[in-house]
Design a protein around this ligand. Structure first.
Ligand SMILES: Nc1nc2c(ncn2[C@@H]2O[C@H](COP(=O)(O)OP(=O)(O)O)[C@@H](O)[C@H]2O)c(=O)[nH]1
Ligand SMILES: [Mg+2]
Length: 244
């Protein structure tokens, strides 16, 4: 049973080497780190290529119109034969030392998706200004009724191969955990483990207003579907009765 670590990258040149070092330092058994880069021009690709000989590192380069965070993660999974995936940001905000904790419930066959959570006891976001804390908590709060998890906005998670390819395949936005849980509702066993999120020290965030709008649209659609699902059985009831 193999585990691969998927890291989507966009302009992360200064984070690549420290990230690989930190992952290797954890001694977690993994088959490869798959970097999926979408057209970085800051030297990220050269940095990754420079590691491929001496480390279990692979680079997937995407330059076409299909760019985007969720698509990059799926491309990484499709390029690998691993049974389990850990997905994390390149920016060192996701603590590699928690990878074993993320994988444990999956390896024990107790979960299909394990989410690194900032908002359960033991989790934290030290150093965040109050406005950032508030916005993130609001987004996670509105996602809660749809996901049942306290932090569906993060991007640090472990997942079974078949679940990622089945439920995240059509994910389009930045919030792949949210989209995966919403699509897999009822058939995914989801767990949260606490993580202490570190602020990115190098490079810039690619989260944008456009991405926030995408999340708002995905959320509205999911709420709409949930409301329709609740209405449908009630309307079918008389027909079912008359057929018996
Ligand atoms: N391949 C790829 N990676 C992306 C894209 N957008 C962001 N990333 C990477 O995805 C991760 C999450 O993005 P980040 O800027 O850290 O978002 P934040 O954590 O919400 O601030 C980082 O490793 C980025 O380099 C994209 O369009 N394609
Ligand atoms: Mg990040």
């Amino acid at each position: 049973m193999l585990t691969a670590i998927i890291v989507p990258t966009l302009e992360e040149v200064d984070n690549i080497v420290p990230l690989v070092k930190q992952i290797e330092h954890t001694k977690v058994p993994f088959s490869e780190i798959i970097f999926v880069d979408d057209g970085s021009t800051d030297g990220t690709r050269d940095k990754i290529r420079g590691l491929t000989l001496a480390h279990r590192v692979r680079l997937i380069e995407r330059d076409g119109a299909e760019r985007g965070l969720a698509g990059a993660i799926i491309a990484g999974a499709n390029a690998s034969t691993a049974d389990f995936f850990v997905v994390m940001d390149a920016d060192l905000s996701h603590p590699p030392e928690e990878i074993p904790a993320l994988l444990q419930p999956i390896l024990a066959n107790e979960a299909d998706l394990v989410v690194g959570s900032r908002y359960i006891p033991g989790g934290a976001t030290p150093g965040w200004p109050i406005w950032r804390r508030l916005l993130s908590r609001i987004a996670s709060g509105v996602a809660y009724p749809l996901t049942g998890v306290h932090d569906a906005m993060g991007g640090f998670f472990a997942i079974r191969r078949e679940c990622l390819l089945r439920f995240a395949n059509e994910a389009a936005g930045f919030k792949i955990v949210f989209e995966t849980i919403v699509r897999g509702r009822g058939s995914l066993r989801v767990r949260e483990v606490p993580i202490v999120f570190r602020n990115r020290e190098r490079g810039a965030s690619k989260m944008s207003l456009a991405q926030a709008m995408r999340f708002a649209i995905a959320w509205s659609r999911a709420i709409g579907r949930r409301v329709m699902e609740r209405k449908t059985p009630a309307r079918q009831l008389p027909a079912e009765k008359s057929g018996t």
